[in-house]
Design a protein around this ligand. Structure first.
Ligand SMILES: [Zn+2]
Length: 330
């Protein structure tokens, strides 16, 4: 059994061990620069080598700061050690300031284990809990993480849609009246809000006008000036990519996303982090479907994973340059 007196030393040890392992960065400085510069940092989900390469090569070519996100689903798919080593390779290969962030952490223990294994940032998602319980859980995670210089993202409001293990049928927009209290009492470093973005590729009903609630965002900005805001579920589901999927045997007729000009506008405001995942999935799927359709005789995975990786890189270069405004900001 450990004596209470030994705890500070153990904490120090872990602190230095973490610093030695991989030169990852937290979000604090990234967000301060993004806020002042009127742009947002792309937070892209990683699941395998081709995805990590596509994303980080795009960022390197444009010198864009970057947040790589790992979800519980990614850890289940790829295994924690593989993901960590792939991210380490990306840090070495690109020399970029990279933040490794836990996406949708749902418990204190999960956040703690990510801190202990080298993450530089975590999200604790208590948005499904009653307000006071969300505050209690988020505060607990913040108290632990800040000892190790790990930044924490909290969430208020509920996003609709499905992504890995996160799902909800309804939107519950963030109430601007709650943000100041939540941020003050939890000590979070950034806040994810629900203003009409959603997870997945089917964000709006076909025939309706896709629109996020920028008025709620501006109201929140007024209540917590200079505080970094995060948007989840911000894929635009480009029609030209969905078209390639459908022309090559896919079936995604009603897929609709957030218009890129609305995201660009959000990025100019207090929004410092924009999460994009579905668009990357679509780009890879379109490239692979097209390749198989045009080369039915091929069976070498490198042949179809190469164009998938290239498509992902092209997509994220476009996002960094034209949507987030993060190109040249690393
Ligand atoms: Zn999310």
């Amino acid at each position: 059994m450990l004596l209470p007196g030994f705890r500070p030393n153990m904490e120090m040890e872990l602190f230095f061990e973490r610093k030695m392992e991989m030169p990852l960065v937290g979000t604090k400085e990234m967000f301060a620069k993004a806020y002042d510069g009127g742009y947002a940092i792309g937070a892209f989900n990683v699941n395998n080598m081709e995805i990590i390469q596509g994303i980080t090569e795009a960022a390197k070519e444009l010198s864009a700061p970057l947040i790589l996100q790992v979800s519980a689903g990614a850890r289940k798919y790829a295994n924690h050690t593989y993901l960590m080593k792939l991210v380490e390779a990306a840090v070495i290969e690109t020399g970029l300031p990279i933040c490794l962030h836990l996406d949708h952490g749902d418990s204190f223990d999960l956040c703690k284990s990510c801190v202990e294994t080298g993450f530089s940032s975590v999200m604790i998602d208590g948005s499904h809990l009653p307000y006071e319980e969300n505050i209690r859980l988020t505060r607990q995670v913040v108290d632990f993480c800040h000892k190790y210089d790990v930044t924490v993202e909290g969430e208020l409001g509920v996003l609709a849609g499905v992504e890995d293990e996160v799902h909800s049928n309804v939107h519950v927009y963030t109430q601007p009246g709650e943000v100041q209290d939540f941020v003050g009492r939890t000590g979070v470093d950034s806040l994810a809000i629900a203003i009409g973005t959603s997870h997945g590729a089917y964000k709006f009903k076909p025939g309706t006008k896709p629109q996020i609630q920028l008025d709620i965002l501006h109201e929140i900005e007024k209540r917590i000036p200079r505080f970094p805001i995060v948007l989840h579920g911000s894929s635009s589901v480009p029609p030209e990519i969905v078209k390639i999927i459908n022309e090559n045997g896919g079936k995604m007729d009603d897929a609709v996303g957030i218009p890129e000009e609305q995201l660009r506008e959000a990025a100019r405001s207090a929004v410092c982090k924009i999460n994009i995942d579905s668009d990357g999935r679509l780009a890879m799927t379109a490239a692979i479907r097209k390749y198989f359709n045009e080369h039915p005789e091929e069976f070498d995975p490198r042949k179809y994973l190469s164009p998938a990786r290239d498509a992902l890189k092209a997509l994220y270069m476009h996002k960094n340059k034209n949507v987030l405004g993060s190109a040249g900001k690393a």
